[in-house]
Design a protein around this ligand. Structure first.
Ligand code: SAM
Length: 190
C-alpha cells in the first residue's frame, strides 16, 4: 500500500466513533441502505446494525458500497439487535413520528447512542418502540408526513457529529481494537 493511502486509512480509523451507531429495522430499499451507510462512514460510524428484510437477504449488493469501511451487523430480530446495543450501554433512540417524541436536536449524542430507523412504509415496529429509551422526531411543518429515511438519518447523524466535534470526540485517538484496525488496514490495501 502506498504511504499516502496508509496515512489516510490511519487517520480515518483515529476518527471512528465506536460509541455511535444506527440500527435499521426492515429498511428495504437498497438505495436507501447504501445512502445511510455512506453517511455513517462520513460521520465516523464504524459499525451499523440491521434487521434485514427477507428480499434483501439473498441479493444485498447495494449494501456493499461503503461496506468496505462500515461494518454491517445483521440480526435475526429487532429484539436481538436492541439487546446487543443495550449490552454496550447505548441509549436507544427511536426515530418516530409520535406525539411523545422529542426534537432530535434536544438529545445528548455524546452519550453512547444507537439510533433506530424504520421501514419506508411502516416505520418502526411497536416491539422496537417499546424497547427504546426515547422517541425522537425531526420537526416538519409542510404537507408531507415524513422524510425519506436516508435524509432523516443524515440530519440526525450530522447533529450527533456536531455535538461530538464540539466535545472533542474526534480528538480521542483510535478507539477500535487492534485486530479491527489491522483488518481494515489489510482490506484497505487490496
Ligand atoms: N409511515 C411511516 C411512519 O409513520 O413512521 C413513515 C416512515 S418514514 C418514510 C421512514 C423512516 O424515516 C422512519 O421510520 C424514521 O426512521 C425516518 N423518518 C422520516 N421522517 C422522520 C421525521 N420527521 N422524524 C424522525 N424520523 C423520521
Amino acid at each position: 500500500m502506498n504511504p499516502e493511502r496508509l496515512a489516510r486509512i490511519r487517520l480515518m480509523l483515529s476518527l471512528r466513533q465506536p460509541d455511535l451507531t444506527v440500527c435499521l429495522e426492515q429498511v428495504n430499499k437498497a438505495h436507501n441502505i447504501a445512502a445511510i451507510m455512506r453517511t455513517c462512514d462520513a460521520v465516523g460510524i464504524h459499525e451499523m446494525h440491521a434487521v434485514w428484510p427477507e428480499e434483501l437477504r439473498e441479493n444485498n449488493r447495494a449494501a456493499k458500497g461503503s461496506h468496505n469501511w462500515v461494518k454491517l451487523n445483521r440480526h435475526d430480530s429487532i429484539q436481538q439487535a436492541i439487546s446487543v446495543l443495550k449490552q454496550q450501554n447505548m441509549q436507544i433512540l427511536a426515530t418516530n413520528l409520535s406525539s411523545r417524541a422529542v426534537d432530535f436536536r434536544d438529545i445528548d449524542y455524546t452519550r453512547p447512542t444507537a439510533i433506530l430507523f424504520g421501514a419506508e412504509k411502516y416505520g418502526i415496529s411497536t416491539e422496537a418502540l417499546a424497547l427504546a429509551d426515547q422517541d425522537i422526531i425531526i420537526p416538519m411543518v409542510g404537507m408531507a408526513q415524513s422524510l425519506n429515511v436516508s435524509v432523516a438519518s443524515a440530519l440526525i447523524l450530522y447533529e450527533a457529529q456536531r455535538q461530538r466535534q464540539q466535545a472533542g470526540f474526534y480528538q480521542r485517538g483510535c478507539l477500535l481494537p487492534e485486530n479491527e484496525q489491522q483488518r481494515l488496514l489489510f482490506e484497505g490495501g487490496h
